[in-house]
Design a binder for this molecule. Structure first.
Ligand code: DGY
Length: 305
């Protein structure tokens, strides 16, 4: 039995399977462990099952000399210093594929909600403003026939494209054309690139300025892909039509954050993979990765090395 650190209570059957073969210590807090608590948690650990909210960097790895395997409960691994883990010979697991459809569904839900201005319309009903059928009120943007620009046509981006085809959209992607051209042509732009030094603030003031004044930006990737100050400015100035974000920088976004003052903005709390079935599959895959790593076997889904 190896000592395993788990950074949050995970109420999924896979965790029982992990407990049957390893000695699991769980951070019981409802929020991520603060830096010193995380350090303490991993001090004697041989395996680590962590979340995208945990920063697993070089100094943390140094504080965990016995660590032999890391499993991240996410497909994105930007919270883990993969190079530092590789340098220490530690395999890092991730959870691709199992969340593709759930995340693509959410991206499409955000696209539709932003296009059809569902949030203000729903708020108006609750405020008693629905007095009659209004020929020229609560008008949104047509989705059928519109052009969707997929930035990052990987697994999730392609799944969003498939949904778009069902809605009669024209789909373009950043593999087939320059980003600037895509931004100029698209009525909807959906972001699906991983967060790296190269993609941080990929959508900055210049990129936003290329978008059509009616275009909507959807981000289900990572918050720092977008320069939020520039996005807020574009929404206030009306130089883009709307934005719908599942991810922000920081997360959580404080309720008094200036971005939330912007018009035509939807923000949801990083729920792309949040379906019962998907989260169970992610936990199962994360446990499979960790058990394999601790056995010295190849990880079913390894992100480094
Ligand atoms: C991931 O896995 O990277 C998503 O952002 C959370 O499901």
């Amino acid at each position: 039995m190896a000592r395993v650190a788990l950074t949050r209570i995970l109420p999924f059957p896979a965790i029982d399977r992990l407990r049957e073969v390893h000695d699991v210590t769980v951070w019981e807090g409802p929020e991520p462990p603060p830096e010193d608590a995380l350090r303490e948690l991993v001090r004697d650990a041989e395996g680590l099952l962590c979340l995208l909210t945990d920063r697993i960097d070089g100094p943390l790895l140094e504080a965990a000399p016995r660590l032999r395997a890391i499993s991240n409960l996410a497909v994105g691994t930007d919270n883990v210093d993969l190079e530092a883990a590789t340098a220490r010979g530690i395999p890092v697991g991730s959870t691709p594929d199992v969340l593709t459809d759930a995340t693509a569904d959410l991206a499409f839900a955000l696209l539709l909600a932003s296009a059809r201005r569902l949030l203000p319309a729903s708020r108006a009903v609750r405020a008693g403003e629905w007095v009659t059928w209004e020929p020229a009120r609560w008008l949104g943007d047509e989705v059928t026939g519109a052009t969707l620009g997929i930035v990052g046509p990987g697994r999730i981006g392609r799944a969003v494209a498939r949904r778009a085809e069902g809605f009669g959209m024209r789909v373009i992607d950043s593999k087939a054309m320059e980003l600037d051209e895509l931004l100029e042509q698209a009525d909807f732009v959906s972001l699906h690139v991983p967060l790296t030094d190269d993609t941080r603030h990929l959508i900055d003031a210049g990129a936003l300025a290329r978008m059509k004044p009616t275009a909507h930006l959807v981000n289900t990737g990572r918050g720092p892909l977008v320069d939020q100050d520039a996005l807020a400015a574009a929404l206030h100035a009306g130089t883009i039509g709307g934005a719908a974000l599942d991810v922000t920088d920081p997360e959580p976004l404080p309720a008094d954050h200036p971005l939330l003052e912007a018009p035509n903005l939807i923000v949801v709390p990083h729920v792309g993979s949040a379906t019962h079935a998907t989260r169970e599959r992610m936990a199962a895959m994360a446990v499979d990765n960790l058990i394999a790593g601790l056995d010295g076997a190849p990880l079913p889904h390894r992100a480094n090395g």
